[in-house]
Design a protein around this ligand. Structure first.
Ligand code: SF4
Length: 86
């Protein structure tokens, strides 16, 4: 059974690093005039993959690898799965 305790997530410094990485990629895309938000199909596909992933905390809707909230991360075009699943 999945352990949903806080210790299941990466350290705060690693999560801040992940957050800044995603923010940087998204800002860079926006500044270059590229699409910032993913299309609906892409978001649905990403969330479908996460929903079957053993590293997904379904209760909190967070990835235990990066600590990100997937309802946000999946919507950002430049995002990617830290486990190369999408
Ligand atoms: S982002 Fe990747 S590793 Fe994280 S829950 Fe989704 S599929 Fe799993």
């Amino acid at each position: 059974m999945f352990n949903s305790s806080k210790s299941a997530y990466p350290s705060h410094s690693q999560m801040v690093k992940s957050l800044f990485s995603e923010a940087y990629k998204t800002a860079k895309q926006g500044l270059c005039g590229d699409r910032v938000l993913a299309d609906n199909k892409t978001v649905e596909d990403r969330l479908q993959i996460c929903s079957t992933c053993e590293k997904f905390n379904a209760k909190e809707k967070r990835c235990t690898v990066c600590g990100c909230f997937m309802m946000v991360k999946a919507n950002l075009e430049a995002s990617n799965c830290p486990d190369d699943k999408w």
